[in-house]
Design a binder for this molecule. Structure first.
Ligand SMILES: [Zn+2]
Length: 536
């Protein structure tokens, strides 16, 4: 049985727009004119009138953390209470009263002190003591690279100013006392003690994240979820695939921080591309440095607004070399988080060495974020035929802080995704959710406008703006390229998986500053509706 969707404006992946398409057995079988589409209808087929809506391939968020996002939906949502420090404290106090602690702790995520309108600094232990002195409280910054705990937590964990700080981390101290802040690898001192979610909670988290992603029009994601138990994560995804509850296609960015674990992973038969259309092993993912907001991205020079730091390198050159070489010679793809240019230097050097040692024609190794860059590095990325996983939605916040953090000179050569595109690099898009919401249309808007959502600000390097088509492609076709699936998904064309998103307006024709306001009307995965209206 076929279903013909008609009376629409359809972006197939090439222009011009067409009017209709048809789906059979989970795949597109036709895209073209209204007349032709309707002529395909025979006995038992269905027709769906899309009422003039816009349709494109389902969005592909090419770097995020699905499990982390799902869990964040089940715990205090600080991203919605980060207008002021006081708002955050009051919200958490209410949570203690109404929901109570889970596993003995109050754990929340999503604050960003740059959005606080009362006190512009990170929350500390004394602020969080206002939430509770009975229960330990731990709140993680939106970026995931810093957290704050209250005095009860410090006491329970037995931490003192003499606690050794793990390499690649930082422990906050004020006037000889722990202030409750922990950065990057030092966060492990706290995270090791906070209660682990049980399996049922993890399952609920994946379900909640899938529902939310579908509401944003997302049908595919490339997600970094492993933590300590990669086997458990794979098992959960496969279970939910079997029970039909996985309504987003998952390409797992397999995060490892040492060669021994990676070797074990490979030895058990895991490698890039292993799996099904719904759950597949992706690249080796490495988390190379921190983030710009908390000044932990690893720069080649001191921060312009804090001369005392260059950020935090998470891995030495030797560890990058060893792991990237191991993945490369085993035919595994590699995707490394690099926000600062000094981190990027190490990654590019490791990739170059690995490819020299074991050349591969179509490796699709990539840089996740690729934010603070120098011109020579952009050339190197193109020369090594690497992929870039951009998060244009970061411009909503970063456009206000980049020059402050890294200085004018580096800022001028950063976030240059159009330059990369023009040099032949594929640039896919995403949100690093839960750092940002999985707000694909917001990301598309930022890629086009190069500025924050508040329209009164000037754009950041406007020459680097994508056209609407390039922005849509970064969220569809390019995402499919980064998972070696460009012949399977990302376009509305015969033979492709019928993943598509129905929008309330045409992004090509609205004011670019309002793309984010376009409603997602419905989302379909393999021809099945997973969100919204219209029924077949
Ligand atoms: Zn990430």
């Amino acid at each position: 049985m076929k279903t013909v969707y008609h009376n629409a404006k359809v972006y197939t992946g090439t222009l011009p727009l067409v009017e209709a398409f048809a789906v059979e057995d989970g795949r597109f079988v036709f895209a073209g004119s209204e007349k032709e589409a309707l002529s395909l209808l025979s006995e038992g087929d269905a027709a769906v009138d899309l009422g003039g809506s816009f349709v494109c391939a389902g969005f592909n968020d090419s770097h995020m953390h699905l499990l982390g996002y799902g869990l964040s939906l089940l715990i205090p949502r600080l991203d919605q209470h980060t207008d002021s420090l006081w708002d955050m404290i009051c919200y958490l106090r209410d949570w203690v009263k109404t929901e109570g602690p889970r596993g003995g702790w109050i754990v929340g995520r999503g604050w960003n002190q740059d959005y606080f309108t009362d006190i512009r600094r990170m929350p500390n232990r004394w602020d969080l003591d206002l939430v509770s002195t009975d229960y330990p409280v731990c709140v993680t910054r939106a970026c995931g690279h810093a957290l704050a705990v209250n005095s009860r937590a410090i006491e329970l964990l037995g931490l003192t100013v003499n606690t050794p700080c793990p390499e690649g981390g930082e422990i906050g101290i004020d006037e000889g006392e722990l202030n409750g802040l922990f950065f990057d690898n030092a966060m492990g001192l706290v995270n090791a003690a906070t209660p682990n979610p049980d399996e049922e909670m993890l399952r609920d988290a994946i379900r909640a994240a899938c529902r939310s992603l579908n509401e944003y029009g997302v049908t595919s994601c490339q997600t970094d979820d492993y933590g300590k138990d990669w086997r458990g994560v794979n098992r959960l995804y496969r279970e939910l695939e079997q029970s039909g509850e996985l309504t987003v296609r998952v390409y797992e960015q397999s995060n490892f921080d040492n060669a021994k674990d990676l070797q074990e992973f490979l030895d058990e038969g895991n490698n890039t591309g292993v799996g099904s259309d719904l759950f597949k092993i992706g690249p080796l993912k490495m988390l190379g440095d921190g983030a710009l907001g908390p000044r932990t991205a690893f720069l080649s020079r001191p921060y312009a607004d804090d001369e005392s730091t260059v950020g935090l390198p998470v891995f030495t050159q030797e560890v990058f070399d060893e792991m990237i070489s191991l993945a490369n010679r085993n035919g595994m793809q590699v995707a490394v988080h690099a926000i600062g240019d000094a981190c990027l230097d190490r990654v590019l050097s490791a990739v170059e060495k690995a490819l020299k040692e074991c050349p591969r024609e179509d490796h699709r190794h990539g840089i996740v974020h690729c934010q603070i860059t120098r011109a020579d590095q952009l050339e190197k990325i193109a020369q090594l035929k690497m992929h870039v996983y951009a998060q244009s939605i970061f411009l909503d916040y970063d456009s206000r802080i980049v020059a402050k953090r890294v200085g004018k000179e580096l800022a001028e050569t950063s976030y240059r995704w159009k330059t990369l595109l023009d040099s032949g690099v594929t640039v896919s898009n995403g949100t690093d959710c839960p750092v940002e919401l999985p707000f694909a249309l917001g990301g598309i808007q930022c890629a086009v406008t190069r500025k924050s959502f508040s329209a009164d600000e000037p754009p950041y390097l406007p020459d680097e703006a994508f056209s609407v088509q390039q922005a849509l492609d970064s969220y569809t076709k390019a995402g499919a390229v980064s998972s070696f699936e460009e012949t399977v998904k990302g376009q509305i064309a015969p033979g492709f998986l019928a993943d598509f998103t129905v929008l309330g307006a045409d992004p090509f024709s609205v004011d670019p500053n309002t793309i984010k306001d376009i409603p997602v009307l419905a989302t379909y995965l393999g021809g099945k509706k997973v969100f919204g209206k219209f029924s077949a």
